[in-house]
Design a binder for this molecule. Structure first.
Ligand code: 3HC
Length: 315
């Protein structure tokens, strides 16, 4: 049997990357490439699933039937994104149940943004506008990720994210351009969600242990800071358009660079939330654990049914 030559395999892998040929599940890939994809895609899936909780809190409190139907559709989309991404992570040989258990045990992360409370209807607008807006910035480049199943999953996810962002911006615009009380609600929501939305893009590039390698492997096509800047440059004019003020006294336009400059992000807050000490971390993980426990009877019934059917077919 031909001796497996690692150098040849690595060279073939790199040549595929260089020629922009997608890496597929059955292709040889470096163990660390597989490991970082399992890490990122599983945590992306967890983010989608946990992300349903803050918005789910307002489905029964939506101000009218149309808003309720739109929010319901959005939350259902997020569930689909999560299941899509769990399927993508399984193509790398990860076990779905173990992955979800890692979320429940606190071993795996999910996006920091979902650890903040949703205290008013305006938060539904701020989440769609800012959180899904940031997610789009981060997920569009992932449509060109070198790993095939992840890139293809992102194409459909991004189409749905655009609807999510539009419905959010419609909610926040209606409030911002409404009565003084409604405008105050919208501004309060922007004040609470602006900085956590900037944190969604991850630590500064200089403090990111994964970005350089992920760029080399073409998992990431832009760095954390590049995407954050893109989001800021697009979102600040949107806030101005509806008469809201970005809660950053240091925000200023730099004519030379053609970008906005912002104040300092509170990285202590970011790392506190990422390490489980945000306002809602415990509540979010407890809700996911309870969902699994409450749904065990469905799994057991489905497994029993499948066993019985298998036994009938075998007899
Ligand atoms: N929340 C929680 N953890 C974060 C984080 C955040 N906002 N940003 C970074 N981290 C973690 C990373 O996971 C990593 O920890 P780990 O080694 O234990 O996994 C550590 O902080 C260092 O960060 P890096 O920037 O070096 O890590 P990455 O290269 O993985 O970059 C990322 C972080 C930009 C979030 C990247 O993982 C990514 O692009 N993930 C895919 C997109 C995603 O997960 N988006 C989250 C939101 S999904 C969403 O918003 C749903 C929408 O429908 C609302």
């Amino acid at each position: 049997m031909k001796e497996i030559n690692l150098t040849e395999l690595e060279a073939a892998f790199q040549s595929k990357l260089d020629r922009e040929i997608r890496i597929e599940p059955n292709d040889w890939m470096p163990a660390d490439y597989r490991k970082t994809l399992i890490r990122q895609i599983s945590q992306h899936a967890h983010s989608e699933i946990v992300g349903m909780l803050p918005e789910g809190n307002w489905i029964t409190r939506a101000p009218n039937l149309r808003r309720k139907a739109v929010l319901l559709a959005k939350v259902q989309d997020e569930a689909g994104h999560g299941l899509y991404l769990y399927s993508a992570v399984e193509t790398l040989g990860a076990d779905r149940e173990e992955t979800i258990d890692d979320l429940h045990s606190g071993k795996a992360k999910y996006s920091s943004i979902f650890n903040y409370p949703t205290v008013s209807w305006a938060d539904m607008g701020a989440i769609g506008w800012l959180v899904d807006g940031a997610a789009i910035m981060n997920q569009v480049p992932l449509c060109r990720c070198s790993y095939g199943p992840y890139a293809r999953a992102m194409v459909r996810v991004c189409k749905e994210e655009s609807f999510h962002q539009r419905q959010g911006f419609e909610i926040i615009s209606k409030l911002a351009l409404g009565t003084p009380e409604q405008k105050e609600m919208a501004q309060d929501a922007l004040n609470r969600w602006w900085w956590p939305a900037l944190m969604m893009f991850g630590p500064n590039d200089a403090d990111s242990p994964h970005t350089q390698q992920s760029m080399n492997w073409k998992i990431k096509r832009s760095t954390n800071d590049e995407l954050r800047q893109l989001f800021i440059d697009v979102t600040v004019p949107q806030a101005e358009l509806i008469g809201l003020t970005i809660p950053d006294p240091d925000l200023k336009w730099n004519q030379e660079t053609g970008h906005y400059e912002i104040g300092t992000i509170n990285w202590d807050e970011f790392w506190a939330v990422v390490s489980g000490n945000g306002p809602c971390n415990r509540e979010r993980v407890a809700a996911r654990k309870k969902a699994k426990e409450d749904g065990m009877w469905v799994r057991e019934a489905a497994l029993a049914h499948a066993e019985k059917r298998k036994a009938r077919q075998a007899s």
